[in-house]
Ligand binder design. Structure first.
Ligand code: MRU
Length: 361
């Protein structure tokens, strides 16, 4: 995607073969800054503090972190220890486990001296593959936007959180079809859920849609139901951090409420995902997906830009009140109209997923 006329990915290796660069997502939309990471500890910290975030990008970044860990110590003991250190950074997005499992399986049989170069190479390949996967999701999802189009009318699409290119390496998952529709000349407008408490919608989705010239409006998280009741939403499309083998979908907190409102108002509710986000080991998302609970300070405080341009963090709560900060919720499969994957579109059912991924049967 282009920022200030320059093509960017969210993550790229330095020519030194030692460090990687990422866009610091804690500074957007007010500052566009990149950060260089060169140790596995720095990578782990960047994931925990959400300098990088979004399921596919967490996986790609963790892969590079694992590679760096192999440069630091390529012993069998560290192959195990580094896996666990990185795995524990964020619990819900299964792409993290997918990337670490992929690397570990490739590295375990290798001699210690071969591990770092192999891991570095594979991390780059994971990034390249993610771009291609998201492009395919975009192509599949484009057909749904075309289906929703009425002659002479703009297609109004609601999304939650940020499942765009900032959450991936490029393109995005839920936003990829929107970019493709816009580029194909289909008039689209996006309702962007603000996505409290970290405001990934207001800060990141609005930023990247704006940078691409896509008409959009940021709405408080509680507005979507009202818009749907009044026919102002043609379809919803969101991303996911983990999808179970039967099609339950875990995504940013508040997604479930949007799915309920969509069903009540007969608005299609689509979920876009790369195959790396499917957790084939579990069925019941509500019972089996670990839900990250983050620091209450993300609820009690907000960061923004003051009128003089400086960034500031302010306390917004009554002193002494407690706050609770679950980062994700689970939308049961029956509320999902369809899953949009890199292998095409299917129902949110075990049979639907097996139809696209028969090798998992
Ligand atoms: O806590 P975050 O910002 O990492 O959560 C991101 C989301 O919930 C996205 O919707 C999800 O990762 C899908 S990304 C393509």
């Amino acid at each position: 995607m282009n920022i200030f006329g320059r093509a960017y990915r969210t993550i790229w290796p330095d020519e030194d073969g030692v460090s990687i660069h990422v866009i610091d997502q804690t500074r957007l939309p007010h500052r566009f800054e990149t950060v260089s990471l060169s140790t596995s500890a720095e990578v782990a910290d960047a994931i925990v503090t959400m300098v990088v975030r979004g399921a596919p990008l967490i996986g790609a970044t963790a892969a590079y972190g694992y590679a760096m860990a192999m440069r630091e110590d390529a012993s069998d003991a560290n192959l195990e220890a580094a896996y666990h250190r990185l795995y524990e950074t964020r619990p819900t997005a299964v792409n993290l486990r997918w990337a670490l499992d992929d690397l570990k399986a490739r590295l375990a049989p290798l001699a210690a001296s071969e591990r770092f170069p192999a891991a570095w190479q594979r991390s780059g390949d994971i990034c390249d593959e993610d771009v291609e996967i998201c492009r395919k999701i975009g192509e599949a999802g484009l057909s749904l936007i075309k289906k929703a189009q009425k002659p002479g009318k703009t297609v109004n699409i609601l999304t939650h959180c940020n499942a765009g290119w900032l959450a991936c390496v490029d393109w995005g998952t839920a936003l990829a079809p929107i970019y493709m529709a816009h580029d194909a000349g289909i008039p689209v407008h996006v309702w962007v859920d603000e996505t409290r408490p970290r405001n990934q919608g207001a800060s990141l989705t609005a930023y990247e849609l704006g940078a691409h010239g896509i008409p959009h409006t940021v709405i408080p998280d509680n507005t979507g139901g009202h818009l749907m009741q009044h026919g102002m939403v043609d379809l919803c499309i969101v991303g996911t951090d983990r999808t179970t083998a039967r099609g339950d979908v875990c995504n940013k907190i508040g997604t479930y409420l949007k799915a309920l409102a969509a069903q009540a108002n007969q608005v299609p509710f689509y979920v876009a995902l790369p195959h790396t986000t499917i957790d084939w080991t579990i069925e019941d998302g509500v019972k089996e997906i670990p839900i990250e609970e983050r620091n209450a300070r993300e609820v009690t405080h907000m960061t923004g830009r003051l009128l003089d341009g400086t960034l500031a963090t302010v306390d917004i709560m009554a002193p002494g009140s407690k706050a609770l900060n679950y980062a994700f919720d689970v939308t049961p499969a029956h509320l999902v109209t369809a899953l949009v994957t890199d292998r095409g579109i299917c129902t949110a059912t075990r049979e639907g997923l097996m139809g696209l991924f028969p090798e998992r049967g």
